[in-house]
Ligand binder design. Structure first.
Ligand SMILES: Nc1ncnc2c1ncn2[C@@H]1O[C@H](COP(=O)(O)OP(=O)(O)OP(=O)(O)O)[C@@H](O)[C@H]1O
Ligand SMILES: [Mg+2]
Length: 341
């Protein structure tokens, strides 16, 4: 659906040239929810803007839904953009138009008849859950409702691709989740391909199938979300993964644990995919002459499976504790002894 080949974007500036996007290659499949994560200035917006021709690459080729966006211009580009919609952090709504008329706007531009427009707008309002707010103005809506208008408007002309540039960054966590749920729902119902950029790993974790990590204009790591969670390679990726998997206080806790549990062992378990459902703790207590104390833990669910860490304290005779750890090792659960009594 989307092919980005050797794409580079250089901006001229007084201090010399800025390489905003530096030799990026990506293939995004039909129906995929693909996330791009990176810190401020990494080049995310520049990259996504090249997908709908808002920016032209300095070098390379961008093809979206069979349109060579990096080449076409004028009416051809305008036509292609009906298939490649976008939603924004600050919604970009027309403030003097009602919800209904905001959503109808792209249909007017596309020359859809009034009768058809009314029908389509009603469908879209239902799809995004804005029934009853049709005649409100944007200033009378909450942030989440505004983004729902943005989404409805973006879907008006039945696009094949939806681009989301920090679409939830202006929203509180709960509203963010409701908008993310809506995107998952739209992806499943309409088979729409979604490209989403963000600096929050929570967003990637919750809805993306694959993720690319950007740093200084380059894609430094890419893969299925669960794989990246399980086995992040780059320092920057590890930092992003920690945003969701490790509670802030983990480091402190670990230090504490060393002092608090002079006997036995404190062990960090890492669960991935199906292993998150197994009754490991029960098996440990039943199978070995040890006590097991759960200290801290967190399980995160991604679109391709679950991932979690659990800190436990094992106490008992040295042999039994060793045997228990050996047992855990055989269970396809990552195990690391972090405090040794
Ligand atoms: N129109 C422009 N002219 C000159 N430089 C630009 C332009 N747009 C972006 N840049 C530069 O390109 C780099 C990448 O910017 P970009 O906006 O793509 O980053 P981003 O990852 O979207 O950041 P943020 O998370 O803050 O939105 C930055 O160094 C930025 O200053
Ligand atoms: Mg940006």
């Amino acid at each position: 659906m989307i092919s980005i080949k050797n794409v580079q974007k250089i901006y001229p500036s007084k201090q010399g040239q800025v390489k905003a996007v530096d030799d990026v290659n990506l293939e995004i499949s039909d129906g995929e929810i693909f996330g791009v994560i990176g810190y401020s200035g990494a080049g995310k917006s520049t990259l996504i803007r090249m997908l709908n021709g808002l920016e032209l690459p300095t070098q390379g080729k961008v093809v979206v839904a069979n349109n060579e966006v990096s080449k076409i211009k004028g009416s051809q580009l305008r036509k292609a953009r009906q298939e490649i919609s976008m939603i924004f952090q600050h919604f970009n709504l027309l403030w003097s138009r009602t919800v209904r008329d905001n959503i109808a706007f792209p249909l007017e531009i596309a020359g859809v008849s009034k009768k058809e427009r009314l029908k389509r707008v009603d469908e879209l309002i239902k799809l995004v859950g804005l029934e009853g707010r049709e005649n409100a103005y944007p200033s009378q809506l909450s942030g989440g409702q505004k983004q729902r208008v943005g989404i409805a408007r973006a879907l008006a002309n039945n696009p094949k691709v939806l681009l989301c540039d920090e679409a939830t960054s202006a929203l509180d966590p709960q509203t963010t989740d409701s908008i993310l749920d809506l995107l998952v729902d739209i992806n499943a119902r309409l088979g729409l391909t979604i490209v989403l950029i963000t600096h929050e790993m929570h967003v990637i974790r919750k809805i993306c199938h694959r993720v690319a990590v950007m740093e200084n204009g380059k894609v430094v790591e890419m893969g299925p979300v669960l794989d990246v969670f399980k086995n992040p390679q780059e320092v920057i990726t590890k930092r992003f993964v920690q945003q969701v998997t490790e509670p802030e206080e983990t480091k402190e806790t670990t230090k504490h644990l060393l002092e608090k549990y002079p006997d036995g062992k404190v062990v960090q378990l890492t669960f991935v995919g199906e292993t998150t459902d197994q009754p490991l703790i029960t098996d440990l207590i039943r199978g070995y002459e040890i006590t097991v104390n759960i200290l801290q833990g967190k399980i995160s669910h991604t679109q391709n499976g679950s991932y979690g860490t659990l800190f436990i304290h094992l106490n008992g005779s040295k042999e039994e504790v060793e045997k228990a750890i050996e047992f855990i090792n055989k269970q396809q659960v990552g195990v690391e002894v972090i405090a040794n009594g």
